[in-house]
Design a binder for this molecule. Structure first.
Ligand code: NAD
Length: 269
């Protein structure tokens, strides 16, 4: 129950009715006896600047999760950005400090890594393949580099997008070897689909089916797609004996990273 003293967080986007965060956060707040609540805010684009300005004086609002279509546009209204939000030019969470200052970060990649670490994957010194260099693929690639990966291969149907991301990451993380092509999956400790391929029960795969036969034993095969939870890509990898990580596992793990940034949950919940 929301009372007069309840502290708020929000998720802001358009459309918003489909998001699962309010139920997940509110269940967690209730189970942990916290007087906190997450509200969904369906915001039109022309109200974004005024909303962010209002947030500065909204004293019982601790922070906001930012979702489609505002992740790339919201940063210009904030006071400070984390280094990775600056690098990615994308914000998916805002913290409101007590004095009304607004700080933005992007924890999409951290959520992915939290889930991967829960499966035993540790990026330090490893080689990873990320298929898809859009919003989520960029965030995952950046977090892998931050965590000390030794080699990263990036692909995208839009080769210019993959190249642009590789250039940005190369400048920020010169110690990581970054490539744009692969001929086998041998040697990769992580293969991640960060494209929408496999959504809505199509049989499409983000790489040629025969390539999966070259997976190294012990490789973690991950997907960001949330519906279906186990995509055709993951099904095939699992049938070949690979360890898999689903999109819902990433989304669930990310809750801890989002909540910790806003100061309302613990990391790794
Ligand atoms: P986006 O449009 O920014 O990027 C997708 C990229 O994939 C594009 O650059 C596109 O060219 C590329 N692509 C498409 N087909 C490809 C293929 N066969 N091989 C390589 N690249 C290919 O989208 P986004 O915001 O990055 O979202 C991607 C997916 O991630 C969506 O399905 C979204 O629902 C999902 N998502 C999951 C979570 C989670 O927590 N699990 C969080 C956010 C988004």
């Amino acid at each position: 129950m929301i009372g007069g003293a309840t502290q708020l967080v929000a998720i802001v986007g358009s459309p918003i009715a489909q998001v699962k965060s309010p139920v997940n956060f509110n269940t967690w707040f209730q189970d942990n006896g916290l007087d906190l609540s997450m509200i969904p805010i369906e915001l039109s684009a022309d109200a974004l600047a005024a909303f962010i300005e209002c947030l500065r004086g909204w004293q019982n609002m601790r922070g906001c999760v930012i979702t489609v279509p505002y992740k790339q546009v919201v940063s210009k209204y904030l006071d400070h950005l984390s280094p990775r939000a600056t690098l990615l030019r994308s914000v998916n969470v805002i913290r409101r400090e007590a004095d009304g200052t607004l700080l933005g970060d992007n924890v999409d990649g951290e959520g992915f890594l939290t889930a991967a670490r829960q499966q035993g994957f540790e990026p330090q010194g490893q080689k990873a393949l990320v298929l898809g260099a859009g919003g989520v693929g960029s965030a995952i690639a950046c977090s892998l580099c931050e965590a000390g990966l030794s080699e990263l291969v990036l692909t995208d149907l839009d080769s210019g997008r993959a190249k642009a991301l590789a250039d940005v990451l190369h400048n920020a993380f010169p110690a990581v070897r970054i490539g744009l092509a692969y001929h086998s999956l041998a040697g990769f400790a992580l293969v991640a689909n960060a494209s929408p391929v496999g959504m809505l029960d199509t049989d499409e795969l983000p790489l040629p089916a025969a390539m999966l036969e070259t997976l190294t034993s012990g490789c973690l095969v991950a997907d960001v797609v949330t519906t279906p939870a186990v995509t055709p890509f993951l099904q095939r990898a699992q049938a070949l004996g690979a360890l898999i990580q689903t999109g819902p596992q990433m989304a669930r793990a990310q809750m801890g990273n989002l909540g910790a940034f806003m100061g309302v949950t613990a990391l790794g919940i």
